[in-house]
Design a protein around this ligand. Structure first.
Ligand code: WT7
Length: 635
């Protein structure tokens, strides 16, 4: 019997129980039967959850890129590995076969070695969503260099701090990138960043927009001539299971970004397994995840998960709004996408637009639709389910984090019945628990607790680059012996989890635990409301009261503000109870958002508290200018 694919709910429970009773047998069998290894492991897992010391498949030798590409060549050499859809729909899309990908990655790997990059060296990749981004990332992994992909929307100072933190020896970038009707000058951002870095010896530059750029003598080289001269004969590095595969920075709620370190074998096994099951992947499916490879979602579900399964994965360079709001739907139709995976923020933005954008494209190729990144509110869930999924595609609301490497709680398409706003059940191997303030496990249902995982899984990050103590403190000290996610959740009577938001987004009002996400859900149902964010602020009698920041739909009919406030509070009262009514409501033109689309509640909390002294690190905000507007109009 194989554990790699779950076919029905009964089997899910069987596999889940096996994974808890005999995790070593469970993961050992999956690892053995679905990957190629140079050498077997000694132990499947060894761990100390107090010291935050976790190792999977110790002593095993493997190369993840051999598993992503080489081993598929005999059977799938001429199959498309990557479909590249450019920003501009009038530019030809590109189909890169597994054979071609192999050749390109081998050439790139040889160039990296020629430039002095060795196993264990760090390489910063700062590229737009073009095939070279995938190729450079895989080339690093092939030779055992640790890739640190930095999202190409980050500023020079954010790039510099990431390069310096992990002392990258090389940067791979491009002359620029296209994004909607704009171009971004990536190279000049790198130049500015490198003024503050002494560790970088070489910069390789991909030509994408043919702009005139500065090339620093002795440091910068165009990639193309090197590729033209490179051999495609490359022997992959033999890696230890626990050798670092990559570093990916995630912004902590405060302080400097954390360089999460993922290692080779466990990450490989976990991303492949979760991709296969959550999306119910089958041969010849066309998988499209709209994230950027600069985020963990792109690492795990554009690159590694799909390629490990020999899938066809779409890389989209552009944005959902260019040339118009039908771009996503047009791409699904054009490439006959079978699995579509995007974020609630994109769904809400598209749901605001004319429904004809969606309706004019037949989306009948779709089998599964997915959501990731934040709790998906009920209204967005239904819009996505009805208009994109046509009420026939399972909607998988996948909960996970940069730190978890892969999806931890999610429906499995065609296996787990879905329930709006519920991420539903933990995947096999994921021992989820809810903890109360006294650090006891919560047995009851419908109570919000801190979501923890009490046993390691193969995809968990192993440390923070250069700061194991911070790793231990952040994730393993609040609830000793358990991985603390920082999220709150509640569990329903059948064991489904609903993620209620960051635990710091739970506000205790008059002794009642109130998750802000469900309140936002109620508000967002108001036809005039586009988006909302609720935070707590100190209140003499209640302890805390609620402050709502609300954006209105442009097309929304005019209403008297006082009436609107009454109607919003009535909705909350109806859905949650009068206790959850807002003390203050402020209408704003937009909410402060990070580049990954998350509302930066930390800032809103400060404004609501009337603390305007310091807003901490705002470098990841896409719209920092909004802070002043919100501050000046505080109610
Ligand atoms: C945080 C992790 C993992 C991919 C992208 C985000 C929130 C993520 C969901 C979901 C509710 C979600 C959590 C989590 N989150 N997915 N399906 N439902 N919340 O990665 O930037 O590391 O953020 O995103 O709060 O802790 P990330």
């Amino acid at each position: 019997m194989s554990y790699y694919k779950i076919d029905n709910l009964e089997q899910y429970f069987k596999h889940y129980n096996k994974s808890v009773r005999e995790p070593r047998k469970f993961w050992g069998k999956i690892a053995q039967e679905n990957f190629t290894w140079y050498q077997q492991w000694d132990k499947v897992v060894e761990f100390d959850m107090i010291e935050a010391d976790i190792k999977w498949f110790t002593e095993a030798k493997v190369n993840i890129v051999k598993n992503c590409i080489d081993r598929h060549l005999a059977k799938r050499g001429e199959k498309t590995a990557i479909i590249f859809e450019p920003n501009d729909p009038s530019e030809q899309s590109l189909h890169i076969t597994y054979n071609e990908l192999h050749e390109k990655v081998c050439k790139m790997a040889n160039i990296l070695r020629d430039q002095g990059i060795k196993k264990g060296d760090r390489v910063c990749i700062y590229l737009p969503m073009i095939p070279e981004l995938a190729i450079a990332t895989l080339a690093c992994a092939r030779i055992g260099a640790i890739h640190s992909v930095v999202f190409a929307g980050f500023s020079a100072s954010a790039v510099a701090s990431r390069i310096n933190d992990s002392e990258c020896k090389m940067v791979i970038t491009s002359d620029g990138g296209y994004r909607g009707n704009k171009t971004i000058d990536l190279k000049s951002i790198v130049d500015e960043a490198l003024d503050k870095c002494t560790c970088v010896e070489n910069v390789l530059v991909v030509k994408r927009i043919n702009s005139e750029i500065y090339m620093k003598e002795g440091r910068d080289q165009w990639l193309q001539p090197l590729l033209d001269a490179a051999s495609d004969n490359n022997v992959a590095e033999i890696m230890d299971a626990e050798d670092p595969l990559f570093i990916l920075y995630t912004s902590g709620s405060t302080g400097k970004p954390k360089g999460m370190v993922h290692t080779t074998a466990g990450y490989m096994v976990y991303t492949a397994y979760t991709f296969k099951n959550v999306f119910s992947y089958e041969e010849n499916d066309i998988f499209w995840c709209t994230a950027d490879i600069g985020w963990i979602t792109g690492h795990s579900y554009i690159l590694y998960g799909p390629l490990l399964n020999g899938a066809t994965t779409v890389i989209f360079e552009g944005v959902p709004s260019y040339p118009d709001f039908s771009r996503f739907w047009e791409i699904i139709e054009k490439h006959k996408v079978t699995q579509f995976y995007t974020a609630p923020t994109a769904i809400r933005a598209l749901a605001k637009e004319n429904i004809e954008y969606v309706q004019k494209h037949p989306l009948s190729s779709l089998k599964v639709i997915g959501s990731v990144g934040e709790p998906i509110n009920e209204e967005a869930w239904h819009w996505y389910n009805d208009h994109v999924g046509g009420k026939r595609c399972p909607l998988v609301d996948t909960w996970w984090q940069t730190e978890t490497g892969g999806i931890l709680i999610s429906p499995l398409a065609f296996v787990t019945p879905t329930k709006p706003t519920y991420a539903s059940l933990p995947l096999p191997g994921i021992q989820a628990v809810l903890m109360d303030e006294k650090r006891n496990e919560i047995e009851a249902n419908q109570t919000i607790g801190s979501l923890c995982i009490k046993f390691p899984w193969p995809g968990i990050a192993r440390t923070i680059w250069g700061d194991h103590q911070r790793y231990k403190d952040t994730y393993f000290s609040t609830f000793p012996g358990k991985y603390f996610t920082g999220d709150g959740a509640l569990r329903d009577e059948v064991g489904y989890y609903r993620i209620t938001g960051r635990v710091d987004d739970v506000v205790i009002v008059s002794g009642h635990n109130l998750g802000t996400a469900p309140i936002e859900d109620s508000i967002n149902e108001h036809p005039a409301v586009a988006e909302s964010a609720i935070v707590g602020f100190p209140h003499d009698i209640k302890g805390n009261a609620l402050y709502g920041f609300v954006t209105l739909k442009e097309t929304g009919e005019y209403r008297v503000r006082e009436n609107l406030i009454k109607e919003i509070n009535q909705l909350i009262s109806d859905h949650i109870g009068p206790i959850a009514k807002l003390d203050k409501i402020q209408f704003v033109s937009s909410l402060p958002k990070t580049r990954s689309g998350k509302i930066m509640r930390r800032i809103l909390r400060k404004i609501a508290e009337g603390d305007f002294d310091s807003f901490g690190d705002t470098s990841t905000l896409i719209n920092p200018e909004i802070i002043d507007e919100i501050k000046d109009n505080k109610v």
